[in-house]
Design a protein around this ligand. Structure first.
Ligand code: PLP
Length: 450
């Protein structure tokens, strides 16, 4: 009904509304007066967004943008069912999750049902960073050990522990020096521009992990766990080499550690072909972290694990989050799952994602700057290089392409260690028409001379 009532605003996309300045200077000044330099907005002059509808955003001048980078709003913007569900629950009650309240128990049950058998215990929090911090605390508590193995170039959050396992060099140049000693980074299995490529990449990366594991054993504090995303999100969705997680999970478990799958960014249906990222690697983690899309923008995150792992936290003290898993968050979370089912959004991510990827692959024939298209479903990465042999990253060009796309009504953002990858992660309701518009605009920009 929703889709039927509203004419597609993509008709307006890129329309040159009589508004040369898409931002408000006054608002920018206010923002700068009260925000720190680290609180970045990618664009120097960002459009002042006022409202959204499906995969579209509208600024204060009524100009329409295609939102290709927002993997928080998985259902799309302005969904009337979410507004109704949240409003209803607000008018009844919102309080902390300690109370015996039906939505909290029902939502936990539904999340457990989405996870592999045995992972039936759920902690509700407010964000992905909190979920990752809690997963690390669980690994420490359950194993009685300390070291956490993580992948270089990965991003897992901004809180103290999640930031420590995020050694994304582009995001945080000081990360390697300031990392606490319990973080044990291993080579990220980036099969596009990493040390090992091609058919034998798995063996090379597994051997690198074995070396680090040997050092951990000598250090005495033992191995508490291993955290990774699959596919490799920060690099734009590059799949991990076949058999990689299976081998690392086995080694980690042999040493008494737990395996954490960070599904905050790539999981929850976005990959289209599977609900969870780890499915692609045929592994079952001990702990899953989720957030972002599960609340469609409502602060909501979760950790799903096995009972005995969850219970080990009791020895450490206590878990309590004042508003994590509040009734409003849980009702919104359940409505997100209902809408995903009713609107077949995972299947849409698969079908539109496959179409989008094959159209993007077509650009490689005409534009040498397009080095590769990574990813699956609606988690894709468009990597720009100066030279396909040396893979020299086209960092400045990527920034310029992004800014030009904004002129044409497409919101994007560079990512990766070299900021040369456009990470494509639109709402899962992205239409084929919008996907085509996006590729047409990329084509137009690249034809202008890159
Ligand atoms: N883990 C991954 C893989 C992420 O991409 C992010 C956020 O970008 C986080 C954790 C942290 O989530 P949040 O920003 O909700 O704290």
């Amino acid at each position: 009904i929703w889709a039927w009532l509203c004419p597609s605003p993509s008709l307006l996309l890129g329309a040159d509304v009589d508004a040369p300045e898409t931002h408000s200077t006054e608002l920018l000044q206010t923002r700068r007066a009260h925000f720190a330099a680290a609180q970045k907005n990618y664009y120097v002059n960002p459009p002042q967004i006022e409202r959204g509808w499906r995969e579209h955003l509208f600024d204060v001048h009524g100009r329409c943008y295609l939102d290709m980078v927002n993997n928080v709003s998985i259902l799309g913007h302005g969904h009337p069912r979410l507004a109704a569900a949240a409003g209803r629950q607000w008018s009844l009650l919102n309080t902390n999750s300690r109370f015996h309240y039906s939505a909290v128990a029902e939502f936990s049950e539904r999340l457990a049902a989405l996870a592999p058998p045995g992972l039936d215990t759920v902690f509700l929090v407010n964000s992905g960073s909190e979920a990752v911090d809690l997963a690390i605390r669980l690994a420490w508590a359950h194993s009685g050990r300390r070291n956490i193995l993580s992948l270089l170039e990965a991003y897992h959050g901004w809180t103290v522990a999640s930031d420590a396992v995020s050694t994304s060099i582009a995001d945080n140049p000081g990360a390697l020096e300031s990392r606490p000693d319990w973080v044990r980074p291993i080579l990220s299995p980036n099969t596009y521009r990493g040390r090992f490529r091609g058919r034998n990449a798995s063996e090379g990366y597994i051997a690198a992990a074995v070396e680090e594991l040997a050092r951990i054993d000598e250090s005495g504090a033992g191995l508490a766990g291993f955290i990774a995303e699959s596919p490799f999100g920060n690099a734009g969705g590059i799949p991990l080499p076949p058999g990689y997680l299976e081998a690392i999970y086995a080694m980690v478990r042999e040493r008494g550690g737990l395996c954490i799958a960070d599904e905050v960014q790539v999981g929850y249906g976005r990959l289209g072909h599977h609900f969870w990222g780890f499915e692609e690697q045929n592994v079952v983690p001990d702990i899953i972290t989720i957030a972002k899309g599960m609340g469609n923008g409502q602060p909501l995150g979760a950790v799903i694990t096995r009972r005995e792992i969850a219970d080990s936290l009791e020895n450490e003290g206590y878990f309590f989050s004042s508003s994590g898993g509040s009734p409003v968050s849980c009702v919104v979370g359940m409505e997100v799952l209902d809408v995903m089912r009713d609107e077949n959004l995972q299947a849409n991510a698969r079908d539109v994602g496959d179409h989008l990827k094959s159209r993007l692959m077509g650009l490689m024939d005409d534009f040498p700057i397009v080095g590769a298209i990574h990813g699956l479903g609606l988690y894709l990465g468009l990597e720009f290089v100066r030279d396909r042999e040396s893979l020299e990253p086209a960092t400045l060009e990527t920034a310029a392409i992004c800014n030009r796309l904004l002129d044409l009504g497409v919101i994007m953002q560079p990512t990766g260690d070299h900021l040369n990858v456009l990470k494509i992660k639109p709402p899962l309701c992205l239409s084929r028409e919008s996907a085509d518009y996006f590729v047409d605009m990329i084509q137009k920009v690249l034809s202008e001379g890159w």
